[in-house]
Design a protein around this ligand. Structure first.
Ligand SMILES: [Zn+2]
Ligand SMILES: [Zn+2]
Length: 306
């Protein structure tokens, strides 16, 4: 695996068969740099219309990287975010707790300001409008964290999620611990922050063949054994689909028992793949599977379900 990855190699000083780490915490600056680059590459291959959205996203991730470098989340905010993850998003005070955390709201403003030039006027106005009323913005953030995506304007959701994700990822990376809401061995949702995965990754390099799910919110990867359904744990009716051959780097794993699917990025076949960017770049696969009656369990932070 080329050293372009944001996944830190295993510690080679430990001899013998390495134990499988339950969690791989994000190295955020490297992750953002890679995602930004990959989105740009997708923009070039997607052509003019679709390409414009990929270019906007590339800029959005670039701004996340700038905020991370120049204005990282405060310790006080990180502690408050971890506390929120532990108590769960069903908590009745979720909205007011969100309102008290300045970091994600400032990140939202910075992302809107930086992205404004690349957006049509109406989209830009909707983003600015949403940011003006902090109570309402906190309510919308709570909807996203609870998975009520349809309650939030799709354009606002992408930028709002990018702001939350930036802060959640830093909070998780600094605490480096599970919240214990779901143990890694069976977790369908992120064991750290409770959000759905973007996709499944099969790693290469010194973790050759291991499967991890990547969180759509805090960017942590958690281990799940291969050969079992991520959603229901059954193994009898799993199938792998791809557009071309069996060695395709982008595949879809379906479960005939619970009729769900998740995309699988084979980093052992192609280390350049980036889950969020390449998931968005391969939506034709999703359409084909949904026609077959399978339901998607993953969330793409750049394309919220209505
Ligand atoms: Zn997470
Ligand atoms: Zn299943």
């Amino acid at each position: 695996m080329r050293r372009e990855s944001d996944i830190v190699p295993l510690d080679k000083r430990t001899p013998g068969v390495p134990t499988i780490e339950p969690l791989i915490f994000p190295v955020l600056d490297a992750l953002y740099a890679r995602r930004e680059k990959r989105l740009n590459e997708c923009a070039t291959t997607e052509g003019e219309d679709e390409g414009a959205y990929f270019r906007f996203l590339s800029g959005l991730v670039g701004t996340q990287r700038n905020i991370l470098a120049n204005n990282p989340v405060s310790e006080q905010d990180a502690v408050a975010i971890c506390k929120m993850m532990e108590s769960g998003y069903d908590h009745p005070e979720l909205e007011s707790r969100l309102r008290e955390i300045a970091g994600w709201q400032n990140a939202y403003d910075a992302l809107v300001q930086a992205g404004a030039a690349d957006l049509p006027e109406a989209a830009c106005a909707a983003l600015k409008n949403a940011g003006q009323d902090r109570e309402s913005l906190s309510i919308q953030a709570a909807h996203l964290l609870r998975g009520d995506y349809g309650q939030v304007d799709a354009g606002v959701a992408v930028v709002l999620w990018a702001a939350l994700s930036l802060c959640w990822a830093q909070a998780v990376a600094s605490s480096q611990s599970e919240t214990g809401r779901q143990t890694g061995a069976q977790a369908t949702l992120c064991p750290c922050c409770g959000a759905p995965p973007v996709a499944s990754l099969v790693l290469g390099g010194d973790r050759e063949g291991l499967r991890y799910l990547q969180c759509s919110l805090c960017e942590t990867r958690w281990h799940r054994v291969r050969g079992v359904c991520v959603e229901c744990g059954a193994s009898g009716r799993l199938e792998h689909w791809s557009l071309d051959d069996v060695k395709a780097p982008i595949q879809i794993e379906t479960c005939g028992d619970c009729k769900t699917y998740i995309k699988v990025f084979r980093l052992d076949y192609d280390p350049h793949l980036e889950a969020a960017a390449d998931d968005l770049g391969s939506l034709t696969l999703d359409a084909a599977l949904e026609q077959e009656g399978f339901t998607r369990i993953a969330l793409n932070p750049f394309s919220f379900p209505a």
